[in-house]
Ligand binder design. Structure first.
Ligand code: 5GP
Ligand code: ZN
Length: 117
């Protein structure tokens, strides 16, 4: 069924507590944890607890939870005292997506170039 945990999904395993992560915030619908390979002083991933392969499919099926992910991304930035930050949803392998469970990258704590390349 849509949204159900996938046994082969790394981020579903983090939600279930089967893979450890450095969790910085958790709500009823979301988990935020530090990226294992940080690209900036602040690099936190915010994920929905439900499984959807990317942000757009999450938003189409569960708009409230998609909004929860965005709100939590802002809360992470505030907690990390990042006054300038970037929220990124890589979508598709050509855009660098490697984990097919929707996630927002929250990047901050250094200057960020635009366009990102
Ligand atoms: P994507 O490339 O799909 O946009 O982002 C996936 C992110 O997950 C990458 O930035 C990668 O470093 C991170 N990642 C991959 N495996 C793990 C893990 O086991 N734990 C954590 N905390 N992050 C991971
Ligand atoms: Zn998943």
């Amino acid at each position: 069924m849509a949204g159900e945990a996938q046994s082969d999904c790394l981020f579903c395993k983090i939600v279930a507590g089967d893979v450890p992560a450095t969790v910085v915030r958790e709500t009823e619908t979301t988990v935020a944890f530090r990226d294992i390979n940080p690209q900036a002083p602040t690099h936190v991933l915010v994920i929905p607890k439900v499984h959807y392969p990317d942000a757009a499919s999450l938003a189409a099926a569960e708009p409230k939870i998609a909004a929860d992910v965005l709100r939590e991304a802002g809360e992470v930035a505030a907690e990390e005292k990042a006054d300038s930050y970037r929220i990124v949803f890589n979508t598709g392998t050509g855009a660098g997506q490697t984990v097919f469970h929707a996630h927002a990258h929250v990047l901050g704590g250094r200057g960020l170039q635009w366009p990102p390349g």
